[in-house]
Design a protein around this ligand. Structure first.
Ligand SMILES: CC(=O)SCCNC(=O)CCNC(=O)[C@H](O)C(C)(C)COP(=O)(O)OP(=O)(O)OC[C@H]1O[C@@H](n2cnc3c(N)ncnc32)[C@H](O)[C@@H]1OP(=O)(O)O
Ligand SMILES: CC(C)C(=O)C(=O)O
Length: 513
């Protein structure tokens, strides 16, 4: 199978992401991980940019052993000298020299004619050759360069003995068929083109970096350039993990492979995200948190029956433990039952149905239902107390300068509607007074506590109360994303328990007479 070389520029083009600044220690940490990932070439920085970057590139050059370390340079002797200094101690040093070739860059940025661009690049390559046996040359903004001038520039670079010629789509302007056609054209029109490796370097301004890079591979590119998580200038670079996994997953189509240790992808992605501070979007291909997560019931059912129904690659391949079935409002009974089994609950069909409808109610209120939420709602349902009173609705009026009032509607014995309104010292007190009025029960609230059973602003609150009546006391629990509702539920639950205990108590008393 054809090998595609991977040139990682996370530490150079990736660091050009606005707001990202990696110090030497952070660059080293990423460099070691990239080495584990098995990339072939690593662009560690732009040594002429600053003394700090020169030192960081030097530290990386001395540290990594199995990767070619590269420093970027303009077509200027001063920059080339900086790369020379930075790569002292590298096992396999390489300089990457670039010059823009497109009419826009020639006219406005470089203010050079074509022949000056050619001569400037040529003289830089000649100078660099004295010190480096490995040179890569890039035609910056190749994507908007005239084809015949590109052929002229690439031919010059081949004649100067560079090892790699890079064809960047610097501003992410091209589409796959145009970018692929450039590689085909160069292969067919540059004499001795087989003496160099051709490289693809794409930016993602129109979201086509991965597609363009794959098109270049199909048209003969030997090397791909990119970054981990696709970070980089503006909309970023080609995401290396996307190319590696596309080639792996569609081997029969591309007939090419990288030699990356794919199981290091996930770890590398997390490290780069942590050290650059660039959060990976949940839906990012391959490494996003949702890339192997399934939320909807039909998909979850398919996954439980056969994973290939909804997964074209396995999470294990990139170093993750397993796919996730996330429980939310689109989930179905199959996934819910599976989750309960994983958590060690064995529910009969009726209990499962009850828990499932409580789960759906909760899922309507919460974005994601956590294990703690499920545990709380299942255990609440497992305690089977006959419900004399059932809380139907509550309305609470509260203002910091008015007396809190609450109105409750309770169904007694499944048929009798009880509705009452009361005031209180606070909202909870008002609710409890209204419940007392509606039920006619005289109880003392001996204990009240509240805790959060899950995290986040939409976490469920669990209220625990103890009610006492004469010598009988009973506990009640209530669960809701709203703490007032949880408080009301707990109180009504405790009343039901109290009534149950009262019955047992009076049976025992009668028996002892
Ligand atoms: C497509 C890419 O990603 S290219 C890499 C981009 N990365 C960076 O620019 C990060 C590092 N850059 C820097 O720290 C600074 O830009 C430096 C140190 C390199 C240069 O700083 P300054 O000397 O202050 O120049 P400044 O950045 O303002 O302007 C760039 C100059 O380089 C010239 N230039 C741009 N590209 C090249 C090139 N490949 N070869 C030669 N000259 C170039 C520009 O025409 C301009 O020249 P001018 O001063 O004669 O007008
Ligand atoms: C220096 C070159 C390769 C570059 O980063 C670009 O053109 O995007």
């Amino acid at each position: 199978m054809r090998k595609i070389y991977v040139f990682d520029t996370t530490l150079r083009d990736g660091e050009q992401s606005p707001g990202v600044n990696l110090n030497t220690r952070e660059k080293l940490e990423i460099a070691y991980q990239l080495e584990k990932l098995g990339i072939d070439r690593m662009e560690a920085g732009f040594p002429a940019a600053s003394p700090g970057d020169l030192a960081a590139v030097n530290a990386v050059a001395k540290a990594v052993k199995n990767v070619t370390v590269i420093g970027l340079s303009r077509s200027r002797e001063h920059d080339i000298d900086a790369v020379r200094e930075a790569l002292i101690g590298a096992q396999d040093p390489c300089i990457h020299i670039f010059l823009a070739t497109s009419p826009i860059h020639r006219k406005h940025k470089l203010r050079m004619e074509k022949h000056q661009v050619l001569e400037t690049a040529q003289s830089a390559l000649r100078y660099a050759k004295k010190y480096f046996s490995k040179i890569e040359f890039s035609l910056e903004d190749a994507g908007r360069t005239e084809l015949d001038f590109m052929v002229e520039m690439v031919s010059m670079a081949v004649n100067e003995g560079v090892k790699v010629v890079n064809i960047p789509d610097t501003v992410g302007y091209l589409n796959p068929s145009e970018y692929g056609a450039i590689f085909k054209h160069l292969k067919e029109n540059v004499p001795d083109i087989e003496k160099v490796q051709l490289s693809a370097h794409c930016h993602n301004d129109l979201g086509m970096a991965t597609a363009n890079t794959l098109a270049a591979i199909q048209n003969g590119a030997d090397q791909i350039e990119g970054t981990i998580n696709g970070i980089g200038e503006r909309a970023g670079n080609t995401a290396i993990e996307e190319i590696a996994m596309a080639l792996e997953t569609r081997q029969e189509f591309f007939g090419a492979k990288t030699s990356l240790n794919l199981s290091e992808i996930s770890r590398t992605s997390r490290l780069v995200s942590k050290l650059t501070g660039m959060v990976v979007p949940g839906n990012k291909a391959i490494v996003g948190a949702n890339a192997f997560a399934h939320e909807s019931g039909i998909h979850q059912d398919g996954m439980l029956k056969e994973k290939t129904t909804y997964e074209i690659m396995t999470p294990e391949t990139i170093g993750l433990k397993e796919s996730k079935l996330v429980l939310g409002k689109h989930s179905g009974r199959h996934a819910f039952r599976e989750k309960l089994q994983d958590m060690g609950y064995e529910l009969d069909e009726q209990q499962l149905n009850q828990a499932f409808s409580r789960f759906k109610e909760l899922a309507d209120k919460k974005k994601e239902v956590s294990d703690d939420d499920i545990m709380a709602l299942v255990e609440e349902k497992l305690i089977d107390t006959p419900e004399v009173y059932k809380l139907e609705t509550i309305y609470v009026t509260y203002g910091n300068r008015s007396v809190p009032t609450a109105k409750v509607r309770i169904i007694k014995d499944q048929e009798q509607e009880l509705e009452e309104e009361a005031e209180g010292n606070g909202s909870v007190d008002a609710i409890y007074n209204a419940v007392d009025k509606a039920t006619g029960e005289e109880v003392t609230l001996s204990d009240y506590s509240i805790k959060s059973v899950s995290r986040g602003k939409d976490a469920q609150g669990e209220v625990h109360v103890v009610l006492t009546q004469n010598d009988v006391s009973a506990q009640g629990r209530g669960l809701s994303t709203d703490i007032l509702e949880a408080s009301a539920r707990a109180y009504v639950d405790a009343l039901n328990q109290l009534i149950e205990k009262r019955k047992t108590f009076s049976r025992r008393e009668r028996a002892s007479l």
